[in-house]
Design a protein around this ligand. Structure first.
Ligand code: GDP
Ligand code: IMO
Ligand code: MG
Length: 422
């Protein structure tokens, strides 16, 4: 059997596009589902058979039969949050022990990383990023500084490695004058290391490439979104990993020529949680309506998500950076009641129209909108594209033309069943 290609599904906006839901829907077409970056800053929601699950570190392929799920080297893992997640899943009848493999090269989020996250945010004051507070930035910083602690270290002299890293963090926190107490957290965290040890630690780059050579199919699940990418997102209001397509190569050890389809997922409008610029953000009734209808509250932190119209300047950029081959539009139903729908096709900056996503989107940017008619119909019960209202088809055609890629999947509700493959 010839080598199979790897497909990637990733967010094109500022996260929370609905990645978890669609990974679950697509999983039956694959043998392996793998996370390649991010950590428990992610919150991926799945709904089926009247149940709702939120996954943070565990791939969203975990519910569909006996597929292998991999946490790749590019992920940062908090053993304690992982234990909570895995224990909850086991309690609801989803035991992962045999199906979940964890890369030895994934970095561990320590209790002191969480404290450092809080300390850095406090030091930034009004310029804070609005992180999820999960220690993501400090853990990746240690990885890049070559001082990180990896899953594989659990198999060696872990105490020495842990205490060395902890002492370094404690000095940093002391120098910053940041007060904290990790006694309880640390006890639980060290217990969670024992729990983690019961899982299979693997060299996931070997595992994935061997499976590919055996003709097995792999789906990579992105976390966050392209506009939160550390290189190409709205820096410094970004996360600390490469959320883009290329992140799957470095985060799993997959060569670029192994990549097949790139599924780019976006909401029919746009949201952002945390601080940072958002050109199409709405502060009016329409914005409030989007938030209310879309239940736009963070899956992890419960923070309200900021809402606005779809931003095609940013989306075109994301499609380009990620090499998207198929688009997926989510939460179409949230626009069901709107008389008109707006789409930002350009930014007006200092009186000039800009269509290429600029170096910075901070400051005075006036979105240039195209207005489309709303469909004013309940789409949540639709199960085939034949049922799509004419105005909805017009919205799809417009977006496909603007983005230059076909919309292959449309989602009309949170449930697994409310997914229409075109
Ligand atoms: P992720 O982080 O990309 O996996 O997305 P989140 O789970 O954080 O946020 C997406 C939210 O929208 C979740 O609450 C989903 O249940 C919900 N959702 C996903 N698709 C749809 C849809 O088509 N319509 C509606 N109404 N909700 C959706
Ligand atoms: P999923 O995978 C939405 C945002 C945070 C903050 C910034 C940096 O569910 O789409 P971090 O804790 O990563 O250092 O925070 O990134 N952020 C997300 N926003 N969805 C996410 O994940 C996010 N993960 C991080 O709100 O603005
Ligand atoms: Mg989310």
């Amino acid at each position: 059997m010839g080598t199979k290609k790897v497909d990637i599904l990733l967010g094109l906006q500022w996260g929370d596009e609905g990645k978890g839901k669609v990974v679950d829907v697509l999983t039956p077409n694959y043998d392996i589902v793998a996370r390649f970056q991010g950590g428990p800053n992610a919150g991926h929601t799945l709904e089926f058979e009247g149940q709702k699950y939120v996954l943070r570190s565990i791939p969203s392929g975990i519910f569909q039969g006996d597929k292998i799920n991999i946490i790749g080297n590019g992920v940062v893992l908090d053993p304690l949050l992982f234990q909570e997640e895995a224990t909850d899943l086991a309690a609801s009848g989803h035991d992962l022990k045999k199906r979940l493999h964890i890369s030895k090269k994934a970095h561990l989020i320590m209790p002191t990383h969480r404290i450092l996250d809080a300390a850095y945010e406090a030091a930034k004051g009004k310029d804070k990023v609005g992180t999820t507070g999960k220690g993501i930035g400090p853990t990746y910083a240690d990885k890049i500084s070559r001082t990180g602690l990896r899953v594989g270290d659990i198999l060696g002299d872990f105490d020495t490695a842990y205490n060395r890293a902890k002492a370094r963090h404690e000095k940093m926190l002391h120098d910053m004058g940041f007060k904290y107490d990790i006694t309880e957290l640390e006890t639980k965290w060290l217990e969670a290391i024992k729990f983690l040890k019961e899982f299979s630690f693997v060299d996931s780059e070997h595992e994935i490439n061997h499976l590919l050579n055996d003709g097995k199919g792999v789906l990579c699940e992105g976390a966050q979104g392209t506009m939160l990418d550390v290189d190409f997102g709205s820096y410094p209001f970004v996360t600390s990993s490469n959320t883009i397509c290329a992140g799957a190569c470095t985060g799993l050890g997959i060569a670029p020529n192994k990549i097949g389809e790139v599924y780019g997922i976006f909401k029919a409008y746009c949201t952002r949680v945390g601080a940072g610029p958002f050109p199409t953000e709405l502060f009016d009734e329409t914005g409030k309506n989007l938030a209310k209808l879309g239940h736009e509250f963070g899956a992890v932190t419960g923070r309200p998500r900021r809402c606005g119209w779809i931003d095609l300047v940013a989306l075109r950029y994301a499609v380009m950076i990620d090499g998207v081959t198929k688009l997926i539009m989510m939460k179409s139903d949230i626009l069901d009641s709107f008389e008109t729908i707006k789409a930002c096709v350009a930014y007006k900056i200092n009186g000039e129209e800009v269509v290429d996503f600029p170096y910075s989107i901070e400051g005075d940017i006036e979105p240039v909108y195209v207005e489309l008619d709303g469909w004013k119909q309940d789409m949540t019960k639709m199960r085939s594209e034949d049922e799509f209202p004419e105005e909805f088809n017009a919205y799809i055609t417009f977006l496909e033309k603007e983005l230059g890629v076909d919309i292959a999947i449309v989602s009309v509700g949170p449930d697994r069943d409310q997914t229409i493959i075109r």
